[in-house]
Design a protein around this ligand. Structure first.
Ligand code: N01
Length: 543
């Protein structure tokens, strides 16, 4: 399907809501706000809907949350009619799904594609003009809306490391998050892959099947558990559809908005043999949920070590060369950094055309026209794949010049680290909401469920203001501070708070620290949001 063209021209009309982004969050936001009778327009940098699934077209790109969960639940007919073909959907299938949603609800007429929002400024009410946001786009146009909803994605601002000589490379280089639409043919090429997070781990096996030679530059090994993908049989799908309501309700009670129940409260409360059996079962069947096999794996270091050692032993079994296996073995606690899923990843290192270069102690010196230099030696390459991740959670927000009350810039407000009340709104930025902002569970849960919960909450809040003839909503400092303190406290209780990772911005030089996603789980978080609403939007000043 062809992409859509950008629309030119500023608009003087005052919209109710501007939505930034048309991924899962933006698409649902357009649907929801329109349904509640708000005038809405979304701006999307890509040529169509899809967000992360529009940009990430690298080989092997696939969701690591099961398709029956990683999908919308707001419309039962949609849920009943869509036929997922695999347990874990591939990028093309997810993109088809979100395009189908846009078509089915005729959403594209309120979305402007190929249009990147570059700035947004809050203007206080004056005379007959209510307070509003003026939003500027890359084409030089401006648009106005009373409310802004930032659905700009948490893993949407690619991180391209500043490696000396990067631009001198003679071949083509690609970031996994900006993959060419028509794909890349690596046949007969020597390919360098930098990065071994989820994107590297998914793409390396497929690149290795096609390329003449692959050299992987690994700074930190990650834990990868089997993806266990397979086709979804029609009878399984029919059974799920007949119980979808129940399944969704059970998922919302799950810590990660998924219906997995741990095998027991503690990995240390069972015998070694029993524990191995549990791990073996979860390893074979449950993908990423492995890290929740026992309820304390992410909270107790000794319990965590039992699971970490289980996976370390698996790596030794899967990789023939002992030295390579050791290099691939992570030393940090399991789940401390985002876990990955393995489809022939470890086995790929048994191929004769794949080399693993450890750059943990000796970083990449630079890139030269012929390839990648480490320790003075050039590893020849015809193409480079940067699987180097993202400026996560805050990157896309800070890439826009966002200015709140009195011209306050979001970058200045977050100079010491991001804070937002419930991860939804920041003091000083009235009438601006973030979807999956810092301080919300975002990347730690099933994101589609999280997105629906956020948009529903924001929509209810806007309806509340409209029903009472109110103009503005803004987080109160003391509540924003209290939420940030609570966020830190729960992060400290979890082993996740202890590692350098993109969760705390450690992957981006100079980025202020602090654990960004809320670790307290989806049920506690959504209950808190409900309570806040029921108490007349406690913690927000309404005027
Ligand atoms: O990015 P990452 P990603 N020299 O940040 C390395 C989601 N996702 O795109 O760890 C050498 O995890 C960096 O090394 P280090 C998922 O939430 C989901 O893979 O910083 N190496 C690391 O190895 C995921 O977590 C899915 O030491 C350098 C890698 O690049 C998130 O997106 C699929 C370097 C970046 O890994 C991000 O994943 C894909 C340098 N200068 C993504 N700079 C699924 O649903 C960086 N690195 C399956």
């Amino acid at each position: 399907m062809a992409d859509h063209t950008a629309e030119t021209g500023s608009s003087s009309a005052m919209l109710d809501v501007i939505v930034v982004g048309a991924g899962f969050a933006g698409v649902y936001a357009v649907y929801k706000f329109r349904r509640l009778g708000f005038s809405v327009r979304a701006f999307e940098a890509g040529g169509d809907v899809g967000g992360t699934w529009y940009w990430n077209r690298y080989p092997g790109c696939r969701c690591d949350i099961e398709s029956i969960y990683y999908s919308y639940q707001f419309d039962d007919d949609l849920q009943q009619e869509w036929e997922w073909t695999e347990r874990y959907a591939s990028q093309p299938e997810i993109l088809s799904y979100i395009r189908h949603v846009a078509d089915r609800f005729d959403l594209r007429r309120d979305i402007r594609f190929n249009t990147r929002v570059t700035a947004a400024r809050f203007e206080a009410a004056s005379g007959q003009t209510p307070s509003h946001w003026t939003v500027a786009t890359n084409g030089g146009q401006t648009h106005k809306a009373r409310f802004c909803v930032m659905a700009s994605g948490v893993l949407s601002a690619p991180n391209l490391p500043d490696i000396p000589g990067r631009d001198t490379f003679a071949g083509k280089s690609h970031h996994t998050g900006r993959w060419p639409r028509d794909g890349v043919d690596f046949t007969g090429l020597k390919v360098a892959v930098v990065g071994t997070g989820s994107s590297g781990i998914q793409s390396i096996p497929l690149i290795a099947e096609q390329a003449e030679r692959v050299t992987v530059f690994q700074r930190t090994p990650n834990y990868a558990v089997p993806a266990s993908n397979r086709p979804l049989e029609p009878h399984e799908l029919n059974d799920i559809k007949s119980r979808y309501g129940e399944i969704r309700a059970a998922s919302k009670k799950g810590f990660t908005a998924l219906p997995f129940k741990p095998a027991g409260p503690s990995a240390l409360g069972v015998s070694g043999g029993e524990r191995e059996q549990v791990y073996e079962h979860w390893w074979r069947n449950n993908g990423l949920a492995f890290q929740g096999a026992f309820a304390d794996l992410l909270f107790n270091e000794d319990a965590n070590l039992t699971a970490a050692n289980f996976v370390r032993n698996k790596i030794r079994e899967l990789v023939n060369n002992e030295e390579v296996a050791e290099r691939l073995t992570p030393r940090f606690p399991l789940g401390c950094r985002r876990m990955c899923v393995d489809t022939r990843y470890y086995a790929t290192y048994n191929r004769t055309n794949v080399t693993l270069v450890d750059v943990s102690r000796r970083p990449i010196d630079g890139i030269v026209p012929e390839g990648v230099c480490v320790g003075g030696a050039v590893h020849a390459a015809d193409a480079i794949v940067f699987a180097t991740g993202y400026d996560a959670i805050t990157g896309a927000l800070l890439a826009m010049n966002l200015r709140g009350r009195g011209g306050l810039s979001l970058r200045d407000k977050w100079a010491e680290g991001p804070r937002a009340y419930l991860g939804l709104a920041a003091r000083g930025f009235p009438n601006l909401f973030m979807v999956n902002g810092p301080g919300s569970p975002s990347v730690l849960i099933n994101m589609v469920t999280g997105v629906e919960q956020h948009i529903d909450w924001i929509a209810d809040c806007l309806a509340h203001l409209r029903n009472r003839g109110l103009d503005a909503v803004e987080a109160i400092a003391q509540h924003e501070d209290a939420w940030a303190a609570h966020n830190n406290e729960v992060a400290e209780r979890s082993i996740r708070g202890n590692c350098a990772s993109w969760y705390n911005g450690a992957n981006i030089p100079g980025k202020p620290g602090g654990f960004m996603p809320y670790v307290g789980g989806f049920p506690a978080y959504s209950e808190k949001c409900e309570q806040v609403a029921q108490n007349g939007y406690e913690g927000f000043a309404l005027s």
